[in-house]
Design a protein around this ligand. Structure first.
Ligand code: DUC
Ligand code: ZN
Ligand code: ZN
Ligand code: ZN
Length: 459
């Protein structure tokens, strides 16, 4: 007797699609094909597209940053995730200044465990180097946190020096960890920010002018070069916003290095023009939104396979937080950086990517599920539709027309940066380890029903 059979599924994978039924027992896929066996529950998904549950490899829930803590806690944030067919998030443990890595990990687990609706994995941010931190890296990896994030920007808050970066890349790699990089030149940004402030140029668009394309491209070149000194390193640049930075990683990859890029939907959908709108402050994230030309390049590179993953960088601040609780919009440098995104990866990539003919369904699955699962040590438990894998699925109605608004989303804020955009194709059901956790916009799972999924190290 099976627990669940998904009937008449058209299932997309990185290598094509198949039509048939999927049998589930105890949260795992146990059978694929024409299933006649009895089951407790049947879902007929005729006419829909089934994809492996999305893995959003880039979220910041309850993230203390720039004087605010992000408004989506693990309950709201993972409700938004499953709303958008994301069955696993990988969130960034963020130690406070002076805190050791293991106590930060413990805090993240204790905060997330009682609240999560989706499953979750963790990355570790390292913001400073001291003997305790260096010593704890292997144990952090043992606990399933095999991917890290190092910042080349946010001087005084999260940025590490090039020397620290080198030291950390070497230590993380030697224990089979993966190094994520926020590549922006923090020193140059600081200079530009100070100059604009002195000149009284404080509107949101100056956030863009203070972080031009070149600061990302330079940092990408620098980190690629530094990391190439470390044998066997696996590195990925998070939230890549320029085609030139993607080219940097591709050129090292063609020399045999394991270098990858992640981009985010906002760089694929929006442009810097959004920062000039009356509510431009809502669109401040780093790296900033770019030109239409960069947006075109990113789509081309995504389609060509030069970008490995699409993660959301879900980092939500309410309007009041964005305005730092003032009436007037504050200077661009005081506005906390970050935008919502986990719930809209699927509809945006499906409509603007697949339906508009920019990427195939195979590529869609690869960048939203299979590749992040592989990169973060979750594969094949996650990111694969094979017997033995977790039964995680998003069920897409490819014809459903939806106008995006806060009303159709689950974050703990009352706006979306995609307000008014009409898409065709919407996630109508989310299955996480065999349980329907979202149906037609309703969250049907209990707080804390998601589990921590440890990532396996590369060693
Ligand atoms: N960029 C953001 O926009 N928010 C969180 C941190 C970051 O790097
Ligand atoms: Zn060591
Ligand atoms: Zn970042
Ligand atoms: Zn981020």
């Amino acid at each position: 007797m099976l627990d669940l059979v998904i009937k008449n599924a058209k299932v997309f994978t990185p290598s094509g699609y198949f039509e048939g039924d999927i049998g589930v027992k105890e949260g795992k896929i146990v059978k694929i094909g024409d299933i006649q066996e009895q089951s407790d529950k049947t879902l007929n998904v005729q006419g829909k597209y089934v994809v492996p549950g999305l893995i959003d490899g880039h979220t910041h829930m309850e993230f203390p940053f720039m004087g605010e803590v992000t408004a989506d806690d693990f309950y709201y944030g993972t409700s938004a995730a499953v709303g958008g067919g994301v069955t696993t998030i990988v969130d960034f443990v963020t130690p406070s200044k002076g805190q050791d890595l293991l106590s930060a990990y413990q805090k993240w687990r204790e905060t997330a465990d009682p609240k999560v609706i989706s499953d979750y994995g963790l990355h570790m941010i390292i913001r400073e180097v001291n003997p305790t931190i260096m010593e704890q890296i292997p144990e952090v990896i043992n606990r399933g946190v095999m991917s890290f994030k190092l910042y080349m920007a946010y001087k005084g808050e999260l940025m590490v020096t090039d020397g620290e970066l080198f030291k950390l890349v070497r230590e993380i790699s030697s224990h089979g960890g993966v190094v994520g990089i926020h590549a922006e030149n923090g020193e140059v940004i600081n200079e530009l920010v100070q100059e604009y402030i002195m000149e009284g140029k404080v509107d949101p668009i100056y956030h863009y002018y203070s972080r031009p394309d070149e600061v990302e491209i330079e940092a990408a070149n620098r980190v690629a070069s530094i990391a190439s000194l470390v044998k066997g390193v696996t590195m990925y640049q998070v939230h890549t916003s320029t085609g030139e930075a993607v080219d940097v990683m591709s050129s090292y990859r063609s020399k045999g290095m394991n270098y990858f890029n992640e981009t985010t939907p906002h760089y694929l959908i929006l442009t810097l023009e959004a920062l000039k709108k009356p509510d431009g402050f809502k669109y401040i994230m780093s790296p900033p939104l770019r030109s239409d030309d960069q947006r075109t390049k990113l789509w081309q590179k995504l389609s060509a396979g030069d970008i490995a993953t699409v993660g959301s960088d879900h980092c939500v601040y309410s309007v009041s937080q964005k305005k730092r609780h003032k009436e007037e919009v504050p200077s661009f440098h005081e506005i906390p950086n970050g935008v919502p995104g986990t719930e809209t990866i699927l509809p945006l990539l499906f409509y603007f990517g697949v339906k508009k003919g920019k990427i195939s369904m195979e590529r869609f699955v690869e960048v939203t599920s299979t590749n992040p699962a592989k990169l973060f040590g979750l594969y094949p438990r996650k990111g694969a539709v094979v017997p033995g894998a977790d039964a995680d699925f998003a069920v897409i109605d490819p014809e459903r027309k939806v106008k995006i608004s806060p009303d159709v989303l689950h974050s703990n804020i009352d706006y979306t940066i995609y307000d008014g955009i009409e898409v065709e194709g919407w996630n109508v059901k989310t299955v996480r380890r065999g349980e329907v956790v979202m149906e037609e916009g309703q969250i049907t799972a209990k707080n804390g029903s998601g589990v921590y999924v440890p990532g396996k190290s590369l060693k």
